[in-house]
Design a binder for this molecule. Sequence first.
Ligand code: ZN
Length: 346
Amino acid sequence: MVQALVLEKKGELSLRDIELPLEVGPDDVKIAIHTVGVCGSDVHYYTHGAIGSFVVREPMVLGHEAAGTVTAVGARVKNLKVGDRVCMEPGVPNMNSRATKLGIYNVDPDVRFWATPPIHGVLTPEVVHPAAFTYKLPDNVSFAEGAMVEPFAVGLQAATRAHITPGDVAVVIGCGPIGIMTALAALAGGCARVYISDLSAPKLAIAGQYAGVHPVNITERPLAEVIAQETEGWGADVVFEASGSPRAYEGIFDIVRPGGTLVLIGMPVEPTKFDVAAAIIKEARVETVFRYANNFDRAVNLIASGKVDLKPLISETFDFARSIEAFERAAKGLPTDVKLQIAMPG
Ligand code: ZN
């Protein structure tokens, strides 16, 4: 039995002992967890008990954004050793699937993803994970930054799908954690400047700390008007939709330049429509993003290089013993909180 933060059912969390498998297979490593980020999806399971077709039916350990230290390695593991500081990719596909063979393992129907029912997450002192999905952190990357690699990998997936050309102008709709990560990934990918829109002034102020990120408060001026002015009426090369709001799609192609790209990241709760004719008239390309594939190592490299600094996005760190408090705080959705993290003792 090990201690873990368990979502018993919708709205009910407990920090208690639970039976978790900790057997190290030949291709696995065992990791002592150090830091775990609280993700919007963890909070949504807590507050709603489900995300789409994923429903919490049995008690489930939460947490999927994690970093820690390797404490044991399987017989066939070559890339890691005991004592290595690491972060972990939470989704493990079927290594024999067609999706995995194609390199799109994020959309493998058989993927097992931490803290997605019925798979347990990692808010517990120790986990076992395949070495192939565990990434060494350089000495200058902290555990706290290591636990930010997962959400940043979503931003990198979006930037990759956008096929950015150096000097592009981008727009990110939605200034939540993923919106900010996407803006930073777009800049790292070569965008000259990124406009980020939201209704929340405190969220925009946090994003606006970064050079190259230009906040647009849509309670003051329509986004389309700002982008038209800033691009001489041409539109943005890339527009990232990261709000998940169906309303974001009203007139969205007005801000995409002719031949530009719209990247869909935010997952709307309800079926959502967009104006196909408006897309066709501009011969716009539409791309979608589901989590990430082959981006964890790139995320670690960018953080280690100093090109991307995610530390200003860590709003507060709670001790593991205060995990429930961390989730209650996250459920409030304070506009001044970007990322809350939980750290293990010791
Ligand atoms: Zn996450």
